[in-house]
Design a protein around this ligand. Sequence first.
Ligand SMILES: NC(=O)c1ccc[n+]([C@@H]2O[C@H](COP(=O)([O-])OP(=O)(O)OC[C@H]3O[C@@H](n4cnc5c(N)ncnc54)[C@H](O)[C@@H]3O)[C@@H](O)[C@H]2O)c1
Ligand SMILES: [Zn+2]
Ligand SMILES: [Zn+2]
Length: 366
Amino acid sequence: MWISRAAVLRQTGAPMTIETLEVGPLGAGDVLVRVRAASLCHTDLEAIEGALAVNLPVVLGHEAAGEIVEVGADVLDLGVGDRVVLSWNPHCGRCFYCERAQPILCRTFLANGPRGFHFDGKPRLACDAVPVHQLMYLGGFSEYCVVAAQSAIRVPDTMPFDRAALIGCGVMTGVGAVTRIAKPAWGDTAMVIGCGAVGLSAVQGCVLAGCGEIVAVDPNPARRQLAQAIGATRAVTPEEAMDLARSLTDGRGADLVVEAAGRNETFRLSVEAVRPGGQVVWLGKVAVNDEVMFRWGSLMQEKRITRSSYGGANPARDFPMLARAYLDGKLKLDEMISARIGLEQINEGFAALKRGETVRSVVMFA
Ligand SMILES: NC(=O)c1ccc[n+]([C@@H]2O[C@H](COP(=O)([O-])OP(=O)(O)OC[C@H]3O[C@@H](n4cnc5c(N)ncnc54)[C@H](O)[C@@H]3O)[C@@H](O)[C@H]2O)c1
Ligand SMILES: [Zn+2]
Ligand SMILES: [Zn+2]
């Protein structure tokens, strides 16, 4: 049994509290990770605000990196000292969806995820012997966390922990939406709506895929500037987006539009701005019972629309590639870190994320 300092959410809408938890024991297929960096994502914020239903008390945090300090008896491919990025999509490999190469729909994953326990459905964290839940099988806002071995993906030792953490959700989702889901043709005209961590990563996916014009759309001028710094060829306000998409394409519209803002008007803009026969990938989300309205004509003409979670991630394949791309200077991650904070500052960190002041704040553990 290990002891860990962690940020615990006991009540939605209330600040998290820093507490000491009991961690473990490890199952045969688990690893114990000493978390070195964990970044603050919008999905954590949804849990804090109650928009995403989670069982309480819970340790949030699903974008994290650290090092392995102990491995379970059946773990053969990871060892003590390995540097890992955490993946929030462990999957069984045997269910209907896994057998059809859709691990994000894995039955076990979807059945246990909302319960906030481990992939086997059991708790690994406790406070005074009372179980504490782990968001998305991880719970990265803790000095130590026990995760299924398949949730710990090894990356090179030269990969800095704070930048490695970003790969685990926002970067994978945005880059993957383009490179794994849309797979645009070289030279295509792309538009990315919303330039938070997810959208900025989608812009970089477009660069990596060889898109020609890459139009970033965001009402926030600082975000537009950042988008251009990391590879967008143009950056405009939502009001300017339609005219620009048409003027760049002889009136057709963009070949690919990635939506990464999660608002009624951005879902609508995505299908209006894409050309007939073009592709739309939706990454953002509104509350599950909200309705989004479209002009019917905007959905016609052979448009292909995909809603993706995790950008088609196969973490074991993709995380090392993303780390390598960073180390080779092809993927820009430094620019996405707005602040490095201590665990005690986590509540202020989420307030800043909500106000749109930060792309990513990263909690740094000693
Ligand atoms: N699909 C997934 O697996 C997945 C993973 C992580 C996050 N998300 C979702 O993706 C979305 C983006 O996440 P994020 O962490 O980058 O959030 P974020 O809040 O950092 O970024 C959203 C951006 O959208 C911009 N925006 C607001 N209104 C806009 C408008 N009308 N037009 C264009 N841009 C607008 C904001 O200024 C901001 O820069 C959220 O909805 C989040 O829940 C999805
Ligand atoms: Zn499965
Ligand atoms: Zn996330």
